[in-house]
Design a protein around this ligand. Structure first.
Ligand code: DX5
Ligand code: ZN
Length: 224
């Protein structure tokens, strides 16, 4: 079943506890947390103390997306802070196989992320070991950007590959997800759909979360 992962980057940080309570009420199982270092992407967001605070506040699974140049150094710190899933960008990992295995050895699920311009082919061999692949559908760095349609082709390619090689990794998509494109993303193969602006900037966060979840469920039932 496809899951909607609210991205707290678009939440009101002064009311973060209430924002999380609203998406919990909307029925989500996971939260997406964007970590940016001002080097890999031109923006700075949050660090381990915020993940630790969120961990104390909710039982939802925490999916931490590291948009940083040194994931080997920081992934264990985020896992210690409470991350359940940690994803790293293929573009910055010199020893991707080691990085992913280290995350798994620390007890978290390991994900690998590719930017819109990065080919799926770069991941062919690590598909054997990853827990999930995150396809960026915007260039990382900021919330509220427009969805890049050609990234749907990468979801289809990954969906085909996992059947071909018989590995059960999940497929996540992140950036510009709205009520309008949830269905095509799920039908292209997405299991986890990250949504920031379209959830937290909605007039009613609980209602919007519920609506997106329902659309994702319906899309999957047609696909299967
Ligand atoms: C972008 C982040 C996204 C972002 C998504 O660099 O990785 O997770 O928060 O936000 P929206 O849904 O607003 O595009
Ligand atoms: Zn993200």
């Amino acid at each position: 079943m496809a899951e909607i992962l609210p991205s707290i980057l678009a939440a009101d940080f002064t009311r973060l506890g209430e924002e999380i309570a609203a998406v919990e009420k909307g029925g989500v199982k996971m939260l997406h947390i964007d970590v940016m270092d001002g080097h890999f992407v031109p923006n700075l967001t949050l660090g381990p103390p915020v993940v630790q605070a969120i961990r104390k506040r909710t039982a939802l699974a925490l999916d931490v997306h590291l948009m940083i140049t040194d994931p080997d150094k920081y992934a264990p710190i985020f896992i210690e802070a409470g991350a359940d899933c940690v994803s790293v960008h293929q573009e910055v990992c010199h020893h991707l196989d080691c990085t992913l295995r280290a995350i798994q050895a620390e007890g978290a699920q390991a994900g690998v992320v590719i930017n819109p311009a990065t080919p799926v082919a770069n991941l062919r061999h690590v598909l054997e070991i990853v827990d999930y692949v995150l396809v960026m559908s915007v260039n990382p760095g900021f919330g509220g950007q427009k969805f890049i349609p050609y990234t749907l082709g990468k979801l289809r390619e990954l969906d085909r590959l996992r059947q071909e090689i018989g590995k059960p990794f999940l497929i996540e998509i992140d950036g510009g997800i709205t009520l309008e494109n949830v269905t095509e993303a799920v039908r292209a193969g997405a299991d986890w759909l990250v949504a920031g602006t379209s959830i937290f900037h909605a007039p009613d966060v609980v209602a919007r979360t519920t609506e997106m979840r329902q659309i994702a469920d319906q899309a999957k039932s047609v696909h299967v």
